[in-house]
Design a protein around this ligand. Sequence first.
Ligand SMILES: Cc1cc2nc3c(=O)[nH]c(=O)nc-3n(C[C@H](O)[C@H](O)[C@H](O)COP(=O)(O)O)c2cc1C
Length: 167
Amino acid sequence: MNEVNYYEFTPQMLEQLPRGAFLSVRAGDKINTMTIGWGAIGCIWFKPVLMVMVRYSRFTYELMEQASEFSVCVPMDNSFKKELGIAGTKSGRDIDKFEELNLTIGPGQATDAPVIDGCGLVYECRTVFRQEMNPEYLDPAIKAKYYADDNYHVLYFGEIVASYKNK
Ligand SMILES: Cc1cc2nc3c(=O)[nH]c(=O)nc-3n(C[C@H](O)[C@H](O)[C@H](O)COP(=O)(O)O)c2cc1C
């Protein structure tokens, strides 16, 4: 691991995450963002890793399957509340969320993933592993509560290649 401290903002990130963060991805000429509330940050394969969970039904899933990079932008100070609500209920199949929400995309520092200008903390990630959930191994109570419709998540493990506070 190099001298950049990828874990510096972890407490703030984990506090905000259940309230929402933006997972953004680019695949070819398509870009999209959606709200996520679950994820994990840690050290795997001696790499700083951020894991996000995307259900099969999401447009984001289609793009994540084609892309090798993604960004997670974590709003700070209760900002972007309205945007998180809309990005978490509307699909990129139906609207251009960046345009609809007036979100400006800035260049990433280390990836081509879209980064939302002015949005708090940024994690730019390179997908190093993906994993479909196997319901056989899932706690039945969690299965009943969150997956009654079989719309499971796919887990994407991203090596954090840049993390910084956005302007
Ligand atoms: C607070 C909040 C957290 C969410 N977390 C997740 C998540 O972690 N994974 C997921 O697949 N969907 C999550 N969603 C739902 C998606 O954001 C929502 O279905 C979105 O419209 C999908 O957009 P897309 O079709 O453009 O990908 C969340 C929604 C909200 C409001």
